[in-house]
Design a binder for this molecule. Structure first.
Ligand code: 8Y4
Length: 271
């Protein structure tokens, strides 16, 4: 028996930001053309899913209007879909964006709200595509002010179990549900570390687990590095998440993560 096991269909999700204020990309990818070029690079680098978002979730960020968000993501989804069959995930809070994105060729809905807003559950069920249900305590504006849990692992797991039930009740097939502990969303560094340590427990929910750790503040806190110097920390956590049972890794540095995961896979296959 191998001492190391990873998900047999572990996939890398590459992040495409279309928000001009995104602190990670610093406005570099704020046009459809730049975002499209970035998407082509991520596909060449080995991404198996692209996550497209047009709404910043930075703490304190301004809300984006429906028209602005659609202008950022729809032309990009259409352009990528013309040249590639790669699954595209739409990261949005708005049911109308979910709908337009799927009509434009998106395949997955990524919901940091776990479909709790407006009529998201109903719209997602009607669209019939896979959904990622993420845990967040509070709202993006206030979530980092004073995150508090009695037991972060059981609370996040119970929340995700309840959202799986709500999604199934709304008519979303269990086969179309992915869960995510939501690293950094209303969590201190200690909370994030406890969640990662217990990631294997989330597999008991019976659906694939997505982990988004890339370049996040917890890495900055532990290593004392700004967002553009968190690659080695991000790779370390991606490898750990894979070994703890993650099925999808949401990352910015796709080529580097793919190489690291290739090494882990070789180890896992050496029975
Ligand atoms: C540098 C760059 C530092 C970006 C932090 C960040 C997740 C997510 C985000 C996640 C799922 C982010 C949309 C935050 N994180 N969706 N979205 N899971 N499902 N911050 O962890 O990347 S945005």
């Amino acid at each position: 028996m191998p001492q190391v096991t990873i998900s047999s269909n572990l996939r890398i999700m590459g992040v495409i930001n279309t928000t001009p204020d995104s602190f990670s990309d610093g406005g570099l990818f704020d046009t459809t053309e730049k975002a499209f070029e970035h998407a082509m690079k991520l596909i060449a680098d080995g991404a198996q899913i692209l996550d497209v978002g047009g709404e910043s979730t930075r703490p304190g960020s301004q809300p984006v209007s429906l028209d602005e968000e659609l202008a950022r993501v729809i032309p990009l989804i259409k352009a990528v879909r013309q040249v590639s069959t790669i699954p595209i995930s739409i990261d949005t809070s708005k049911p109308l964006v979910m709908q337009s994105a799927v009509e434009a060729g998106a395949d997955i809905i990524n919901s940091i709200w776990a479909l709790r807003l407006d009529d998201s559950l109903e719209v997602a069920a009607e669209l019939g595509v896979p959904v990622c249900l993420m845990h967040m305590q509070g709202t993006p504006e206030t979530m980092q002010q004073n995150p508090h849990y009695e037991n972060v692992v059981t609370e996040v797991r119970d929340f995700l179990a309840a959202r799986i039930d709500a999604a199934v009740d709304a008519g979303i097939a269990i086969e179309n549900i992915i869960v995510d502990p939501g690293f950094g969303f209303g969590k201190t560094t200690a909370h994030n570390l406890q969640l990662l340590n217990s990631l294997a427990e989330f597999r008991s929910l019976g659906v694939p687990v997505l982990a988004g750790l890339s370049r996040k503040k917890m890495i900055g806190r532990i290593l004392d590095r700004p967002a553009d110097q968190r690659l080695y920390g991000s790779l370390s956590l991606a490898v750990m998440a894979a070994m703890l049972g993650a099925d999808i890794l949401r990352v910015h540095d796709v080529a580097e993560t793919a190489e690291a995961i290739t090494m882990v896979r070789a180890l896992a296959e050496a029975a």
